[in-house]
Design a protein around this ligand. Sequence first.
Ligand code: ATP
Length: 288
Amino acid sequence: MKLKARAKINLTLDVLHKRSDNYHEIEMIMQLVDLYDSLEIREGEGIEIVCSHPFVPTDEGNLVYKAAKSLQKYTGTKKGAKITIEKRIPVAAGLGGGSSDCATTLMGLNKFWKLNLSLEELAKLGKELGADVPFFIKGGTQLAKGIGEDLTLLPSLPPVWVVLAKPNLGVSTKEVYLGLEIDKITKRPNTQAMISAITEGNIKEVSNNLCNVLETVTLRRYSTVKILKDRITQLGACGTLMSGSGPTVFGLCSTYERALKIAKSLGTLAEEVFVTKTTDWSEINETN
Ligand code: ATP
């Protein structure tokens, strides 16, 4: 069984306050995009993970391994699997690649092992493995609250071209949250305005309302990310934003030609560049 595990971008990201359990209460709008990792599930003894990416573990640290183990534990199945991950989504980049692989494994093994769990049950298991995992089970365009697990489906965004550009640096999500001074945030997303723009399918207004409070930390610490963002804007993207805790920056474009031109003009500012599209595909996707 071959599956696509797609990446996400944040159209908004707001951090409201720090909770008594030390997690941050957030409010964000996440959007699935068509850049994906390929997962292949085959029969196997126990759980075996194969991945050649240097920064992705193949032991119990891999979220795909955790997903498989959690399904075995929940259902009591004794079946095994060999899962091969072909990474395309940049790692530790703010695009949710690990969470997406995890969610796709839950959905894939549910079919492969004929477990018949509902998407709700899978989302519940996923939430224990990572706050963003339920998003990737539901997909599309979602408003996420709480620590990211409390989801409301929004109308689908009309397909829009997206340039994704990752500079040559790694950013730790934990460090970014630690560096955030919530009381000093001056520019916050207008989540309601973004929801209205999405509902109207108004890409210009979506672009105008892009906002991520974590930029205050990452752009201040890493000037490359700011330079990259400014460059994508200069080159004519309708809107530009850092995704998640970064360092990936994306630009929304109304045409493929514009997106490609931007992608080709970034030179050494970006280590990895992709031209992709927003998608509302939320079903399990077999690429066979
Ligand atoms: P988020 O936006 O959710 O913070 P991210 O896109 O910034 O996530 P990931 O690519 O999910 O970050 O990777 C974060 C870490 O998780 C990596 O450093 C990696 O070692 C670990 N990891 C575990 N499983 C995977 C996986 N299947 N794919 C990628 N990274 C994984």
